[in-house]
Design a binder for this molecule. Sequence first.
Ligand code: CMP
Length: 140
Amino acid sequence: AVERTLSIIKPDAVGDNHIGAIIARFEDAGLKIAALKMIQLTQKQAEGFYAEHKERPFFASLVEFMVSGPVCVQVLEGENAIALNRELMGATNPDDAAPGTIRADFATAVSANAVHGSDSPEAAKREVAYFFSAEEVHSR
Ligand code: CMP
């Protein structure tokens, strides 16, 4: 089925000038960019986005990292977009990420892993709505 998923290019990859290369991975795989913006997350926005992780030992450092510089947030649309995006990203820890994946090529650590992608249809719905109004997402 055609799905939408939320993708974030994190501050490490934005700072390292990899926005274009990462977007190209999505487009080359057939995913459409349905929405796109660059933002500086506030502490509250980052905490709210990662609320499900708030009891984890790495929560504070995760939030600190996510507000350390601008991020590029996009909605990817296409057949099987949620799983396809996760395949393109590779494993959360770049040490475990398959060769040729975004995290293998652009991430340096589990805490600075270049990209985020929704992990389920429920998460995708919540995460897309967290950053974009309905009018900002374009079916294409
Ligand atoms: P993401 O897919 O954005 O969702 C939660 C994030 O927490 C994850 O990517 C990692 O970047 C981060 N994370 C997961 N495990 C750890 C860890 N052990 N230490 C620091 N950050 C982590």
